[in-house]
Design a protein around this ligand. Structure first.
Ligand code: GLA
Length: 404
């Protein structure tokens, strides 16, 4: 190849990869995002996503039923906001490249569905993938980032979950940066949920591009049985403890969506799952069928005291301060000086567990009011330490307010 031909080839390759070589800008410079990231996630996003319950078996009637339920069951009042369709809504591209919704499952089209969700006072989310195909084998957004972002904006999309299948040798930072640029140029505020499973050190770059990023492979509706790529609740939890430094307002670690109400765990285990996700300042994205959920599931998902911990304005992820195998204590500092504490019993028998003020970095003499966020019991003038009986596979979750 002559030098001129090499240059021509490089320019073509750079254009294909979405980079501009104008003015000799380096690949590094093209990763600079000039438009600021919109502040759409001062607190961890809350909503619903179709994948955990319905996988590819999703259609517009189910989405409408979920939006109705979110608005009418108290979920919306408790803070849930986004209704997100995951994979398999799309089939093909039109001749001009426009992404097409499945005409059988979404006969009214995505814009009509977004309008319906908005009419319920909620926000609407969609899924795509940085590769040539989505994980479900539908068309991905590689090479179509700007066109897809414009389509989403025209449809009224508020939230994009962006996956990482069929990406070949693509660089994750570059791929997510291109979609971030496209969304910011789309004319609409669209939250970017990064889903590359923590495979490419997202702690080093994801906060610039997106509002939240997955830290692991997929969650499974199981207490402790993982299978290949899908992880049990415990397996995911165990991978979160060291990530607290990366998280904060507008940039959240995402340990994946909730399995509460999907049937693979007991109510006690689901309470533990929900409590610990709130401690992790995780996005609370329900993954069950809201239109048919039972009272117990509803009551877990709408526990206002636990949600207030998740949504605490300080935005600090909890740390695991005690780890004695089956017995763990997690602490989350809250705005105003309160602490949220979870005593977590992974063993097969109930156990009395405690935490002392030293561990909470409070003076030993300090008195505090302790509220149990599940039983709602309030204990005043507690000094030095707090103990409680914790059920097997369960938590006691408290809010500790120092008093004088
Ligand atoms: C990946 C993601 C899941 C889900 C599926 C859809 O596995 O991690 O959350 O979006 O793809 O195919």
């Amino acid at each position: 190849m002559t030098m001129r031909r090499i240059k021509a080839w490089m320019t073509g390759a750079a254009i294909a990869a979405g980079f501009s070589m104008v003015g000799g800008a380096s690949a590094h410079e093209t990763l600079e995002l000039t438009a600021p990231k919109p502040n759409l996630a001062a607190k961890p996003p809350m909503g619903w996503n179709s994948w955990n319950r319905f996988a590819c078996n999703i259609d517009e009637a189910k989405v409408r039923a979920v939006a109705d339920a979110m608005a009418s069951t108290g979920m919306k009042d408790a803070g849930y906001q986004y209704v997100v369709i995951d994979d398999c809504w799309q089939t093909d591209r039109a001749a001009d490249g426009t992404i097409q919704a499945d005409p059988v499952k979404f006969p009214s089209g995505i814009k009509a569905l977004a309008d319906y969700v908005h009419s319920r006072g909620l926000k609407f989310g969609l899924y795509s993938d940085a590769g040539v195909k989505t994980c479900g084998g539908r068309p991905g957004s590689a090479g179509y980032e700007f066109q897809d972002a414009r389509t989403y904006a025209a449809w009224g999309v508020d939230y994009l979950k962006y996956d990482w299948c069929y990406t070949g040798t693509r660089n994750a930072e570059a791929a997510y940066t291109i979609m971030a640029k496209a969304l910011r140029a789309s004319g609409r505020d669209i939250l970017l949920s990064i889903c590359e499973w923590g495979d490419n050190q997202p702690r080093n770059w994801a906060a610039k591009a997106g509002h939240m990023w997955r830290t692991t492979g997929d969650i499974r509706d199981s207490w402790d049985v993982s299978q290949g790529y899908s992880h049990s609740f415990l397996s995911i939890l165990d991978r979160q403890a060291d990530l607290w430094k990366d998280s904060g307002p507008n940039q959240w670690n995402d340990p994946d969506m909730l399995e509460v109400g999907n049937g693979g765990m007991t109510a006690t285990e689901y309470k533990a799952h929900f409590s610990l996700w709130a401690m992790l300042a995780a996005p609370l994205i329900a993954g069950n069928d809201l239109s048919t959920m039972d009272q117990e599931t509803h009551d877990i998902l709408t526990n206002r005291d636990v949600i207030a911990i998740d949504q605490d304005p300080l935005g600090q992820q909890a740390r695991k301060v005690i780890d004695e195998g089956d017995f763990e204590v997690w602490v989350r500092p809250l705005a105003g000086g309160d602490r949220a504490v979870v005593l977590f019993n992974r063993s097969l028998a109930a156990r009395t567990m405690s935490v002392n003020w030293e561990t909470l970095q409070m003076p030993t003499e300090m008195k505090a009011t302790v509220k149990d966020l599940w039983s709602k019991q309030v204990t005043r003038k507690v000094k030095g330490s707090y103990s409680a009986e914790v059920p097997s596979h369960g938590v006691v979750m408290v809010r500790i307010t120092p008093t004088v």
